[in-house]
Design a protein around this ligand. Structure first.
Ligand code: DGL
Length: 271
């Protein structure tokens, strides 16, 4: 079991920002990454539609022997992780926007959260804010259109910059000095966002925190579904990543490779 792969999925290429952090912490693990680019974005979809996609991808990953599944998508976590945990016996690790560290980091007491419409309207984020915000003011901003720009590989095009300016303006006007990147696509836009908001505003994402959580679950130290069992790979060399997409392999090969920084050859996710 320990040599089995870790399954990772996102609505598209965004979850690669989480995979990058996991590879850093867990270099001996094998991973299977599924980009649901053929169905991206999830942000405007209904919960039912997102659950259906999450189930199809989970079945695929389990069919390939995954020992743990990382839902590397904030939107899918909000919409589907409870359903997945209730209906499958394997462990799931989901995303959580970095509200807690942002609250600890702000100096002027205002935090901005950039996320999808679905993430912002879910109970999960409101519970997180209720639990951690205290006297800090949290301003949320939906960002329709941004994942599509990342999927198109447009990390600094005029169109992308216009959207980033539009979505960050109300947060800056409200006085936010920390912005939470609440979608796994946004870390790819970090240089552009930083340029737009200025060096004085801190940007936080959750990739490394999720990688640490995965490490903990694999080691059996967690109280989650995999409690007690050591699921860590015992290979000495580096693990491998297998790539699948519901979009076209050409898209993964061109845009995916550019975001990843290395050539990627992707298989097609069966319909
Ligand atoms: N990557 C997804 C997330 O983390 C968002 C993109 C989408 O709308 O599909 O929320």
């Amino acid at each position: 079991m320990s040599d089995a792969p870790i399954g990772v999925f996102d609505s598209g290429l965004g979850g690669m920002s989480v995979l990058r952090e996991m590879l850093r912490r867990l270099p001996h693990e094998n991973f299977i990454y599924v980009a649901d680019s053929g169905h991206c974005p999830y942000g405007g979809k209904s919960q039912q539609q997102i659950v259906a996609r999450a189930v199809a991808i989970t079945d695929f990953l389990l069919g390939r022997g995954a020992k743990l599944i990382v839902v590397a998508c904030n939107t899918a976590t909000v919409a589907a992780v409870e359903y997945l945990r209730a209906n499958y016996s394997c462990g799931f690790v989901g995303m959580e926007p970095a509200v807690k560290p942002a609250v600890a980091l702000t100096r002027n007491g205002v935090v901005g959260v950039l996320a999808t419409v679905a993430t912002l309207s879910g109970d999960k984020l409101h519970r997180l804010i209720d639990r951690h915000a205290g006297s800090v003011r949290i301003i949320t901003q939906p960002c329709p259109g941004l994942p599509e720009r990342v999927e198109a590989g447009e990390l600094d095009s005029t169109q992308t910059r216009v959207l980033v300016e539009r979505y960050t303006a109300p947060l800056l006007a409200g006085g936010a000095d920390v912005l939470v990147l609440g979608s796994t696509h946004y870390p790819f836009l970090r240089p552009l966002i930083q340029q737009v908001v200025g060096a004085g505003v801190k940007l936080l994402d959750t990739g490394d925190a999720v990688a640490r959580r995965v490490e903990q679950v694999l080691s059996g130290a967690s109280h989650g579904d995999a409690a007690g069992e050591d699921l860590r790979a015992d290979r000495v060399g580096r693990g491998q990543v297998e790539w699948f997409t519901s979009g076209t392999p050409q898209h993964m090969q061109s845009v995916g490779s550019r975001l990843w920084g290395l050539p990627i050859a992707a298989g097609v996710l069966p319909a």
